[in-house]
Design a protein around this ligand. Structure first.
Ligand code: PLP
Length: 417
């Protein structure tokens, strides 16, 4: 009988190496892990309130589900589509993007992917070679560094904090630039911070990228979820504000967040034709087309009535205001107002090292653990986003649960004063 493999052993050191160095270095998604743990606790009867989830709590709008049902019954949707996507969906994506942001895209520039995640991986794989550096503003969404590394790139973090509302400045980007800088990851609205860059700053960053020949992978997946002043006007897309950038820019997007379609797994990238072709080639061997029925659903989402998007946005906006107000009321918690997505990203450094309900925690990871075990609220610690000392709380949950969960946090901290 052979011994069970030692999964904790670092890959790539001994002759008996089992997992490649490339995959051995990849961590499981911390956000998905916390979500799974919280759901398991709930299933065992504990009244856990989940602030960890990165997905709308609404069901997918009925007309989209109906389109999928019809596709299920239509043999046309029982077969492969081209690897880069259903032709009519690629056209709809190009047209909707042009309508929403002004980007003059063609269907040939679109690759339909298994969610925005695969679009990111395909994008990095298409443009990175070993040694290429990628500037990544932190706090960053957990998937960026892993997909960059998988594609052979080297992550160069550009650290931001609450003092600038988590916005990276041009000066910071320039300070991080080296002759090896190949690309910048840009995301607005941001996961995990909810920060939204003003159009003038997006344009300035785009011009800087053009000047230095830096590629930009711009993640626009939260484009419809903007609030307050940030919701005014058309979504400011970097390659539209700086058309000269379009030849070195890859736009990532998907239906997951705008249409409550996370489980359907439909995303896309829009890039220059050679990049789209390369990404399509990769996909043709790695996974081939996205589920045909799910593509039909995405087509209905993009071409059908859009009122559900606005209804959900208004709910998120209401919850955003409640959560921000309640978090700001807690002594020791600093929370810049998020202007997009569905996350608050408070700094909790002042809660560390002090008594919290008879416990003492030294890191935001320990704090998240304490909150889950003691007051049964699930949050994601800043460690998952490259910035210890913070927590990410999603407000994509019911209003009552939201108030109850943050009240538990308020009581824990107040009881310890
Ligand atoms: C910033 C950002 N980009 C892309 C995605 C990818 O979403 P999906 O793969 O579900 O389409 C997510 C999901 O959480 C996200 O937060």
């Amino acid at each position: 009988m052979t011994a069970a493999p030692d999964l904790a052993k670092p890959a790539g050191q001994a002759a008996d190496r089992r997992i490649s160095q490339r995959l051995g270095g990849i961590a499981a998604s911390a956000t998905l892990a916390i979500d799974a743990r919280a759901k398991a606790m709930r299933a065992s009867g504990r009244p856990v309130i989940v602030f960890g989830t990165g997905e709308p709590d609404f069901p997918t709008p009925a007309h989209i589900v109906a389109a999928a049902e019809a596709a299920c019954r239509d043999p046309r949707f029982h077969h492969y589509t081209p690897a880069s996507g259903l032709p009519e969906l690629r056209t709809a994506i190009a047209e909707k993007t042009h309508h929403d942001t002004g980007l003059p895209a063609t269907a040939a520039q679109v690759v339909v992917t298994n969610g925005g995640k695969q679009a990111l991986y395909n994008a990095f794989a298409a443009i990175l070679d070993p040694g290429d550096e990628v500037l990544l503003p932190a706090p960053y969404w957990t998937t960026y560094p892993e997909t960059i590394s998988l594609a052979g790139g080297t992550v160069v973090e550009v650290r931001t904090d609450e003092s600038t509302g988590y916005l990276a400045s041009l000066e910071q980007l320039e300070a991080a630039r080296t002759p090896r800088t190949r690309a910048l990851v840009f995301v607005s609205p941001s996961n995990p911070t909810g920060a939204v860059y003003p159009a003038a700053e997006i344009e300035a960053i785009g011009r800087w990228a053009v000047e230095h020949g830096v590629w930009v992978v711009t993640d626009e997946i939260y484009q419809d979820l903007r609030y307050g002043a940030a919701a005014e006007g058309r979504y400011p897309s970097m390659p539209v504000l700086v058309p000269e950038l379009a030849d070195r820019c890859i736009v990532v997007n998907g239906v997951a967040k705008s249409y409550a379609m996370t489980g359907w797994r439909v995303g896309w990238l829009i890039g220059p034709p050679d990049v789209a072709a390369a990404a399509g080639n990769l996909q043709s061997h790695g996974s081939s087309n996205v589920c045909n029925v799910a593509q039909a659903a995405a087509l209905a989402a993009l071409t059908g009535p859009q009122d559900a998007v606005e209804t959900m946005r208004q709910s998120f906006d209401r919850r955003r205001q409640t959560m921000t107000r309640m978090l700001t009321e807690i002594a020791g918690v600093t929370c810049p107002e998020p202007l997009g997505a569905f996350y608050c990203y408070p700094s909790v450094g002042a809660l560390l090292g002090r008594d919290l309900g008879g416990h003492r925690v030294e890191s935001s990871a320990e704090l998240a653990e304490l909150l889950l075990e003691e007051i049964e609220i699930a949050v994601v610690p800043g460690e998952a986003f490259g910035t210890p000392g913070y927590l990410r709380l999603s407000y994509a949950l019911g209003d009552d649960d939201l108030v109850e969960g943050i009240t538990r946090l308020q009581r824990l901290v107040a009881g310890s004063d």
